[in-house]
Design a protein around this ligand. Sequence first.
Ligand code: ADP
Ligand code: ZN
Length: 730
Amino acid sequence: MLKVAINVPLSRAFDYLPPADGTVPAPGCRVRVQFGPRQQIGLVLAHASDSTLDPGRIRRCLGVLDDEPLLGTRELQLIRFTADYYHHPIGEVVAAALPAMLRQGKALHPVVEALVATDLADSADVETLSRRAPKQAELLETIRDAGGNGIETDTLTELLPNWRRAAKALLEKGLAERIEISAPQFDESGAPAATPGPKLNDDQQAALRKLREHDDFNACLIEGVTGSGKTEVYLQRMRDIIDAGKQVLVLVPEIGLTPQLLSRLRKRLGIEPALLHSGLNDTERLAAWRAARTGAARLVVGTRSAIFTPLANPGLVIVDEEHDHSFKQQEGLRYSARDLAIVRAKQLDVPVILGTATPTLEMLHHCHNGNYEHIKLPIRAGGATPPGIRLIDTMRLPATDGISEPLAEAIGKHLQAGNQALIFLNRRGFAPTLICSICGHIAGCDRCDSRLTVHASQRQLRCHHCGHARPLDDNCSECGEVVRPLGEGTERLEDTLRQRFPERNIMRIDSDSTQRKGAMADALDQAREGEADILVGTQMLSKGHHFPNLTLVGIVNADQGLFGTDFRSAERMAQSIVQVAGRAGRASRKGEVLIQTAFPENPFWSTLIGGGYPQVAAEALAEREVTRWPPFTRLALIRSAAHQHADALNFLDVARRMLADRCGETLRVLGPVDAPMARRAGRYRTQLLLQSSDRRSLHEALRELRPALEEEPAARKVRWSIDVDPVELF
Ligand code: ADP
Ligand code: ZN
């Protein structure tokens, strides 16, 4: 009998018999099964001899999709761990681990549809066509350019989003033909020859020696200030592993934000990485996945979900920018790829390196406990000096439309000297609030407990929580008087700076300005080449970029985190400030960081300026120990959302009662309470927090709770989820 994982929101695996034709699929193979009224793709997890079902009622699989397992024992083990640890249905974990095409039941080596130009197309009169039907002409040219192998329909969708109507016409005219081609393969040949890096300094060499002590499992945190040469150390270690014939898996926060890292890996190692991220189309992604699985790719670089990629010959796992929140998935299967990287490295018995300038308190705590090794790179490599940090008191020196006079003067001075400035504000749009100047009415979202953000250039009001948008009107919906935008976002800062520095080139980088594919990379290239004098942006600008001419970082409205309600506020704020400050003065020019705050006396500032991130982290850790927050306790959050507030609460009341027997010394249950933003996208959101002093009692409680909640009638009225080790408490 087969234990099969099916992509449905139920925890258990399902029992099936092998198909009637006698083939017995090995664990790791996909099967087609009848599930309720529908056919589904399932993955065989194991063979078993027992079932809770009556033997007569066990159905046969309808067919086997793979003649060899897609996933090996070790990958299945990781999937099982993930399902157990995050208390999440195993079928959904399998779905998260497989590339979309495999999830949908396509072959491991699929044939894909392509369009190819016919002989008739060679003599076609494209000029006439382009006058009468420009879309068809454009498509025809694209297909003709692709040559005899044709062009994949997936690629066409990227190039010419609405190509299908034009294609129909071309097919009817006999100018194009549909063909099937085998899906493209990963190709390692494109990489340039490897180039040597700089000679490592003493700290780097010491770090590398430590890393070289282990070929087996060992978790190592490299805490190195920005520009300390962490990446150079990884590169050397990667070289060792790859030269030994093994594969390296590198997890990065967002590929779109790290084009520099990718080009550096290629150039230095002389290896084309297999990339796994959401910007690829399905066939590209599958090709990279296959290459990792067969070992054809020696270097595999990906975002979060790449942690599940099978590796034929694993030798090293690297998590770059360990502190980054994008490693934690915030919906569905709420896993932390950073944490799973450590679990996986342990299962594979290979080393894992976690690098950052601003380690999370969780990692630091593990280091203090001796679980992980802690390597520090305290000084900048190549002789760059760290930037000086200064506060600007906006109570005394008001920031008109976002920029105070001292900041404006500093910008002018740095630009005068031929350098660049970066102005950071973690809020996009023009203004976070639209207020009536007479009655004080604030424009809010109808579906969320939130304000609407003013987006001036599109003349829209938008909700950043549910995506709702409406036209911006100049008069108050309540009293008809004139409204005005209050506060500032990056768009307004851009305006302010244009007025102040009309002859300068100003570039805004945030998720609004970089929606087009490749826009981010283009903007970064321009910024690096010095075409922009002033960069204005959100945290997108703070991640790992290297701008050689940047000497001034201005942090506008830094106070958002000072009085945050979340126990992680201080840690986060210090991370984001230190990361963005790290962009200043990376090369030979000394940098300066100016921070606008209305609360310069707040002790957070003296800690940060006096002791840097390590001091903030040390104090925050001491505080967490006293207040019993993670990493000194473990948390899980059960969320419930419904159109009726009572339904959302009721479900969690049921959960609370189910947990009542287990509460005591080691497990506390807090709530249910409304989420900090109680209504979002039309649903009321409530939450129940489980806090435990030891991991075991928390997991035992959840293990019993999950299946009980799945059976619970009150669950039908709500959307609910379990979030183990939540990073957002709302
Ligand atoms: P990090 O990853 O810690 O931010 P990088 O490895 O990116 O640091 O190094 C920052 C800059 O310093 C890069 O331009 C890199 O080429 C340079 N660099 C790194 N190590 C050295 C070294 N030992 N000597 C000279 N330059 C170095
Ligand atoms: Zn909304």
